[in-house]
Structure formats: C-alpha cells, structure tokens
Design a protein around this ligand. Structure first.
Ligand code: NAI
Ligand code: MG
Length: 358
C-alpha cells in the first residue's frame, strides 16, 4: 500500500520550494522503491482565506486524518491576512488536533555553509532539539482581574503533566539511543521555577533509569543558551519544555547558518494522526515570485518525513545528497543566500539528480 502524503504548499515561497521537495522525494522513492502518493490541497493558504473567509474548510480534520503525513510549505502573507489568523487558522490547528506533541529540529552545520559562530566546521555542530509541543508554559489557564484599575492582575499557569512530560522524554531518549554519541541534555530552570521545573528534573531522572547507556546532563536554560553559542559541540539530543524548546529550536538552527536550509517536524509518534513536516522558514514575501528561494529546508523536511515513515536509509541518502551538492559548491546550482547564482529549480534539480545517482 502506498504511503499517502497530503501536500499543502501554502503561501509565497512555499509554492516555489514545494515542487523541489516533491522532486527530491520522488527521486528517493524511485531509488529505494518506496510507494508514495501525493495529494495536493489548496487550503491552508492566504489566497484560500480571501476566497472562503477561513484558512481551512470545516471538514479539514476528516479530509486529512487518514493521511500518513502532511508535507507543508509555509503559511503567511501579512499584507493580505494578519499573521495570527493565518498561523492559528492552519498550522496550529494541525499541531493541536493531530496531537503532534514532538517538535523536532536538527541543528547540523552543513559543508559550504558559514556558521555565524567563528571557527566552526561541519562536524562541530550536529544535534537535535526536541521540544514539547502541547502543554507547559503555553497554556490557556489564567485570567485577568480588576482590568484597567490600579489593582489590575494577570495570571497564566504552566501546566505540566506526568503523561505529557514522560512522552516527550521517552521520544528524546529513544532518539539519543539511535545516535552514536548517546547523549541527552535536559533544559531546566529549577533554581528559579521551583515547582514545575524540579518536577521536570525528577521525570528526567526517572526516565534515565530505563536508559542506562545514555549519558544524561542538564543545564539551566540561561547558561544552556550561552553554551549553544560557546560549545555547540557538547550537544547530541537536547530536550526542553514548550517555552525552552521554542527558544532552543530557533537558536540551534541559527547557529548553523542560513534559515533557508533548516527543516522541522511536528510528530505524533504513535501514528494515531498524521505528522507534519515543514521548513523552518516562512513564506518570505520579500523574495517570493523570483524563483530564488533556497529549497533545501523543504527537501530536508522531506527526508525527515521518510525517516518518520520508516525509511531511515532513504532519508539519510537525501541528506547526504544535500551535503554533496553543497560541498561541490557549483555556483550555477546554488541559490544566492548561500553564495550562488542559481535558482530554486537549479538547486532542487541538482539535489534530486544526486539522490538518483548512486
Ligand atoms: P521568513 O522566514 O519568511 O523570512 C525571513 C528572511 O529570511 C527573509 O529575508 C527571507 O527572504 C529569508 N528567507 C526565508 N526563507 C528563505 C529561503 N528558503 N531562501 C532564501 N531566503 C529565505 O520570515 P518572516 O519574513 O518573518 O515571515 C514572513 C511570513 O511567513 C509571515 O507571514 C510569517 O507569519 C510567516 N511564517 C510562517 C512560518 C511557517 O509557515 N511555519 C514560519 C515563520 C514565518
Ligand atoms: Mg519559535
């Protein structure tokens, strides 16, 4: 049976990088004999919103829930639709309703890409950030009292559940288990946040008992962010709550260079619902329509999707092809953001050809 992939290109450069993501996936599918079936949806874009008055049709959940994965481009066109409407009306609905409680971002310095951190080479930075994606600090429990008066108060509660923490920790430990270094770092702040964060630490210690091969350490979030910059080579798998993970999952990829290449995944590990794979970047209205967007973030997200579907080797071959094309440094192929003179299509084709040539 074919794996059914729902394709939502979205807005701006999302529509330009998506065809290259599919081109690369088709090359990998051909080489590794993976049956993939793509179905394209127009919703989840600002143009759809302007026509229909909502980002998604009423029955989106029914339409999408049976797919094996969602492959998303980027959403947002702030001149036409305010960002809180476009983002909350699409991506955030998927993350919640499909219980995608893992947000996963690789932070890997690629050949030919200059790190903003001085003196760092490929191999120095190669880790994952695992973010809890459904609870924690991003809760809707709280309220306001005495609004507009001297006594005005606002309150917003952090919600941490044993189930919620344990499931993200288990995912992170399992991921560390698959990696040669077998190291896990937990982000905490138990010196300042004295109830929820000591509890988080307790659950980490408890989970560590089941993974004796994994070396576990923890840092308070403030010094941890400093260490991402000072010692990115220390990290292998880093796990954090929703807020800490949010910060780390932007900082980590930023340490590895251009936003055009960073991928991400929102995962429901049990497979009860489809997981979602998308580049980290947005719709980039400033360069949209010019055919110069870097397609690597989209292609690498496709590699993560294949790994999630169980095709580890195929996913790795896609990442290897990206690395090979970047190493070649052929400026006719590479896009401008990484020093070339090529187009979205020339870079996408070079990578797809490399995936097919073996
Ligand atoms: P952005 O990521 O779209 O662009 C930031 C800067 O990076 C721009 O200068 C852009 O030209 C450049 N850039 C981004 N992707 C690139 C690529 N593939 N190749 C070369 N250069 C690239 O972020 P921005 O401008 O803050 O947001 C634009 C829109 O995208 C907004 O509506 C925002 O809400 C939305 N957005 C959507 C996301 C998503 O779909 N997950 C994530 C981030 C933003
Ligand atoms: Mg963020």
């Amino acid at each position: 049976m074919a794996h059914r992939i729902a394709v939502i290109a979205g807005d701006g450069i999302g529509t330009e990088v998506m065809p290259e993501g599919i081109r690369a996936l088709e090359a990998a599918a051909k080489r590794f004999n993976i049956p993939l079936e793509f179905t394209t949806f127009e919703f989840g874009s600002c143009d759809y919103y302007l026509e229909h008055g909502s980002m998604l049709p009423d029955d989106w959940f029914e339409q999408l829930k049976g797919f094996d994965a969602l492959f998303y481009g980027a959403v947002g066109w702030p001149d036409k639709v305010p960002d809180h409407i476009s983002l909350w009306g699409s991506l955030l609905q998927f993350r919640r309703r499909f219980d995608q409680y893992i947000n996963l971002r690789p932070c890997k310095l690629m050949p030919g890409i200059k790190s903003p951190l001085a003196g760092r080479e490929p191999g120095d930075i190669d880790f994952y950030v695992v973010r809890e994606n459904t609870e924690g600090e991003y809760s809707s429990i709280g309220g306001k009292m005495f609004e507009g008066t001297e006594r005005e108060i606002v309150l917003q509660e952090t919600v941490m559940s044993r189930t919620g923490i344990d499931r993200v920790l288990k995912y992170a430990f399992d991921l560390a288990q698959t990696r040669p270094r077998k190291k896990l770092t937990s982000a905490t702040k138990s010196n300042g946040i004295s109830i929820t964060m000591p509890y988080w630490d307790e659950r980490v210690a408890e989970m560590a008992n089941s993974y004796p091969e994994i070396a576990v350490d923890k840092f308070h979030i403030d010094i941890l962010t400093a260490n991402f910059v000072l010692h990115p080579d220390w990290f292998d798998v880093v796990v954090g709550s929703n807020l800490f993970g949010d910060i780390l999952s932007d900082l980590g990829p930023a340490c590895t260079g251009t936003i055009g290449i960073a991928p991400s995944a929102n995962i429901n590990p049990e497979g009860n619902f489809p997981s979602l794979f998308e580049p980290v970047h947005g719709s980039a209205p400033d360069i949209a329509g010019k055919g110069i967007a870097n397609p690597i973030g989209q292609i690498w997200s496709g590699a993560m999707m294949l790994e999630h579907l169980g095709y580890q080797e195929a996913g790795e071959a896609m990442v290897t092809a990206i690395e090979a094309v970047l190493s070649d440094g052929n400026s006719q192929a590479l896009t401008r953001d990484i020093g070339g003179q090529g187009s979205t299509e020339s870079l996408g084709k070079a990578i797809a050809e490399r995936i097919g040539a073996h």
